[in-house]
Design a protein around this ligand. Structure first.
Ligand SMILES: [Zn+2]
Length: 322
């Protein structure tokens, strides 16, 4: 089994009616490696000529050996950027859609086999390429399987989503997540899981930055006594989006505590959060959240990071003063 333990239920869902598999799937709700690993295993399984009773590839047959290199019945659609070309935007264009159509029209190499096309990161499809693909999805050739992965389903055209089987990736529960951290030699990170929505992969990917997160939180805890002179380059080391994400989580925590005395991201800071929430002006806190959302919407563009951070930090300090 080469999928993450918490993906088992998704795996079972896909194979619930193996004889009547739909011709197109959209897998959504997980990022990068998490969705890649699952889809990679799914492709191997569909191509394998003698999969196990749990539908995992045998890894021994000719098809499995081929899968490791370049199976003739498989096509992974790549953007120019995926191919290592120098382009400024990462999109999948009409030429990609045409490749899909041409490939699926060929007869499968395997007897009774399927032709499989995979489009990772389908949010990169342009409107024109989505429309070009539409016809293929509407009238699919026999024995084909088209797999899309997308982080957020809302980023695909409804005309595409309505013609595919939608499968949400299952998320790890806290027990799975803790177990995964223990088994991957990251038990020391367990206390930080809530900060990453219980995603052990996201936590591991960001572990180098954890000390910076706590420097920032250490200052935020001071409320109106925050020393704005200490808001320095470390805060912007990982970019404006990164710091805005942390500020958003902290602001959410204050609001949640103020409105319902509950805690989400920073359970170990309960007492400090409660004190700050008590002193916070509710309307200022809501306006502050709004400012963070606005900055986040343009944070990836070429903007002055220092000015944006400074203004939002002055606003933060003011939440606690009358
Ligand atoms: Zn096999």
């Amino acid at each position: 089994m080469n999928i993450y333990p918490w993906q088992k239920s998704t795996w079972v869902e896909v194979f619930s009616n193996k004889l009547k598999m739909p011709h197109a799937y959209i897998f959504y709700g997980a990022q990068g490696t998490e969705s890649h690993k699952f889809v990679d295993e799914l492709i191997k399984s569909v191509l394998c000529s003698s999969p196990s009773s749990e539908n995992f590839a045998c890894r021994k047959c000719q098809d499995c050996l081929w899968s490791e290199t370049n199976h003739p019945d498989l096509k992974v659609v790549e953007s120019a950027l995926d191919r290592g070309e120098k382009v400024s935007t990462d999109t999948l264009n009409v030429a990609n859609a045409r490749e899909v159509k041409n490939f699926l029209e060929l007869t499968p190499h395997q007897e009774n086999g399927k032709k499989i096309v995979v489009i990772y990161g389908a949010e990169r499809l342009t409107i024109a390429s989505s429309n070009a693909l539409l016809k293929t999805i509407e009238e699919p050739p026999n024995n084909c399987l088209i797999i899309f992965t997308v982080n957020n389903l809302a980023n695909l055209l409804p005309t595409i989503t309505s013609r595919c089987r939608l499968i949400a990736f299952s998320k790890p529960n806290i027990k799975d997540a803790e177990e995964f951290l223990r088994q991957s030699d990251n038990a020391n990170l367990i206390d930080n899981l809530s900060l990453f929505n219980n995603s052990p992969l996201e936590l591991i990917n960001n572990k180098e930055m954890l000390s910076n997160v706590y420097i920032v939180i250490g200052e935020l805890k001071k409320g109106d006594e925050i020393d704005l002179m200490k808001v320095n380059s470390i805060w912007l080391n990982n970019g404006l989006v990164w710091i805005i994400n942390i500020l958003q989580k902290w602001a959410y925590e204050l609001l949640l505590c103020k409105l319902s005395d509950e805690h989400n991201y920073f359970p170990s800071d309960k007492e400090v959060v409660r004190k700050l929430a008590l002193n916070a002006d509710l309307s200022k806190l809501l306006i502050y959240q709004n400012s963070l959302n606005t900055i986040k919407s343009y944070a990836q563009k070429a903007v002055n990071k220092e000015i944006n951070l400074n203004s939002v930090m002055i606003e933060y300090k003011n939440i606690f003063t009358n």
